[in-house]
Design a protein around this ligand. Sequence first.
Ligand SMILES: [Zn+2]
Length: 173
Amino acid sequence: MNTAIRPPLLCPFEKIFSSQLQRDDEFYMALAYNQAIDAWKQDEVPIGAVIVLGGEVIAAAHNQRDSTRDPTAHAEMLAFTQAAKAIGDWRLNEATLYVTKEPCPMCSGATLMARLKRVVYAVPDPKMGCLGGATDLNLLAKSNHRLEITRGVLERPSLELLQSYFRLKRTEA
Ligand SMILES: [Zn+2]
């Protein structure tokens, strides 16, 4: 295995430091956005996620697919594992997931399997998003679990981050 430490990848974006006084959707999404910046610095596709329970952040993760060489190491999946460990239960039914991009088929499926209460995402994904973008797993006819979904929180900065990263990757290639 190649264990050489790569220098951090220059990321032209700054983290967002919001006031702690107003803990609204933008506040928590900013924490997910900051995770996405950390992903970029590790040369991973910049997607970040946090899970919040009773106003408290119980998980924070970013995409690590390349560094772990694991196709399931998406920000959301890593956050689910952290959150379940934090509360000692796989049922996250009072929790909210904040993620900078609409969850893929795997992660959307996991939001249902974890019986999450709510998902807030920044950037819709018409290609692979499964909470309203390409399809909506929340509408499975026979499922008796329904998620509350909020779309478009901090969409612009999260989209700019993703687009700039892919632009850079194309020029590198
Ligand atoms: Zn995913």
